[in-house]
Design a protein around this ligand. Structure first.
Ligand code: LLP
Length: 429
């Protein structure tokens, strides 16, 4: 959720800060993250699990959505654990003192160095394949290594094909056919402690059927594990709840999503006469996505008579790669003239050197002028985390807003940053 209102200057305010003033002060493009919104979403997950699940639960933040020190610190303060997908995400989480017993390392090709780093730090490894399991089994560890097994659940859902993971033809996790061999392997290895099972169906999902079906699929594996003498205390059902990017999106609420997964786990356990496992989930997008906006400064326009009008902004696919990657449709407003009536249909173009760099196609907006502040909504997830330096654009700054105060959480990159890792071989000099 976003703490937003229109102030008496007809400007959009987020977290009590006037976006027009923020851009004057911090420049643009600018990510503006609403601390209250992020904390509220964390609380909504926690409260809903308390309401619908009568045993232990743990919400993990899927930090791939946006991993940086300030965000890791806020979610940790809210009692969430952290899902990390690489050594780099793990490093960031550990820097803010996140509790390693609530950090889970994911990835379909973790390096040996990443595995060792996570084991040494006391995290749980979400094992994705056999090679990894063998490497862990051979590792020198003071105590058994906590592993969770990621299994492909064979459940499909409607979302963009790049972000579906539950179907069997996925690069992630063990195929269900392999699972018994893996249980056998673990049961014969004192170096490994199986703490749980994991599955993730996909991302930006609106329909709840696959999540309703998942708990009973997972319980079947818990039952199988018992045949190999393995007790499985934790079940992690992944993330995936979608958010609203535009007027036609109508996702379920956090409360509805949790209700479905929690109730269906309770039901599945009753049917199997099994105790309730500790239930984990790892949302990313639905925790942070709608609590951030990106503010751009409007530049020039080009009208192709009878076809279209392009309005250019000072960022684009490098700070928001979602439209070009997943054809996602964003919503935008003119933050310095909020009550102005929509006047024209325009296409918002980024400033990169390719025609595909379009943030929004055919949006109805008030007449814009150079210098206006165009704000794209719901950019908290998979925007900064997927940002690039394409065309040697410096990555934007991000500010955290809270009750009228704005603090930098990510500095704007400088030209010097861009060449920091450049080297010129001596023979070229
Ligand atoms: N758990 C695992 C194992 C995942 O792979 C993901 C997302 C999540 C949790 C969190 O899913 P969420 O709650 O955020 O849907 N860049 C794409 C999304 C990629 C999702 C990757 N995995 C996008 O911008 O749509």
């Amino acid at each position: 959720p976003l703490t937003a209102k229109v102030n008496d200057r007809d400007h959009l305010e987020v977290g009590g800060c006037d976006l027009t003033e923020l851009v004057k002060h911090f420049g643009s493009p600018l990510y503006v993250l609403d601390e209250t919104g992020l904390r509220t979403a964390c609380q909504q997950y926690r409260d809903a699990f308390r309401r619908y699940y009568p045993a232990e639960t743990q919400v993990l933040y899927a930090s791939k959505a946006w991993n940086c020190l300030a965000v890791c610190s806020i979610v940790s303060q809210e009692g969430l654990g952290i899902d990390v997908a690489t050594g780099g995400e793990l490093y960031t989480a550990l820097q803010v003192g996140a509790d390693p017993s609530k950090i889970y390392l994911h990835g379909n090709n973790k390096s040996i160095a990443e595995l060792e780093y996570a084991v040494k730090s006391g995290c749980t490894i979400v094992v994705d394949n056999q090679l990894e399991l063998q490497r862990l089994a051979q590792m020198n560890a003071e105590r058994p290594i906590r592993v969770m097994l990621r299994i492909t659940p064979g459940l499909d859902c409607h979302t963009h094909e790049y972000i579906r993971t539950g179907h069997l033809d996925s690069k992630f996790g063990f195929d269900p056919n392999q699972v018994e061999d893996i249980f056998q392997f673990i049961s014969q290895n004192s170096n490994l402690e199986l703490t749980g099972l994991h599955a993730h169906i996909g991302s930006q999902i609106f329909e709840l059927q696959a999540h309703r079906d998942l708990p009973s699929v997972m319980l079947q594996w818990v039952k199988k594990a018992a045949q190999y003498g393995l007790n499985v205390p934790e079940v992690n059902i992944g993330g995936g709840l979608g958010i609203c990017y535009n007027e036609s999106d109508d996702p379920p609420s956090i409360d509805e999503w949790v209700k479905i997964v929690a109730e269906s786990m309770v039901k599945a356990c009753e049917a199997e006469n099994m105790p309730l496992p500790k239930l984990l989930c790892e949302p990313g997008r639905s925790l942070i996505g709608s609590s951030c906006i990106t503010a751009y400064t409007v530049g020039g326009r080009k009208t192709v008579p009878g076809i279209r009008t392009y309005i250019s902004v000072d960022g684009g696919m490098s700070d928001n790669p979602r439209p070009i990657t997943y054809q996602s449709i964003c919503r935008a407003v003119i933050a310095n003239r909020m009550s102005a009536e929509p006047k024209e249909t325009v296409t918002i173009a980024g400033k990169h050197c390719e025609s595909g760099d379009v943030l929004i196609k055919d949006i109805s907006l008030p007449q814009t002028q150079p210098g206006d502040i165009l704000v794209v909504m719901a950019t908290g997830a998979y925007n900064y985390s997927m940002a690039s330096n394409y065309n040697r654009l410096t990555r934007p700054a991000a500010v955290l807003v809270y009750e009228g105060e704005a603090s930098i959480i990510l500095e704007r990159e400088t030209y010097a940053d861009l060449i920091r890792n450049d080297r010129v071989p001596d023979r070229l000099k």
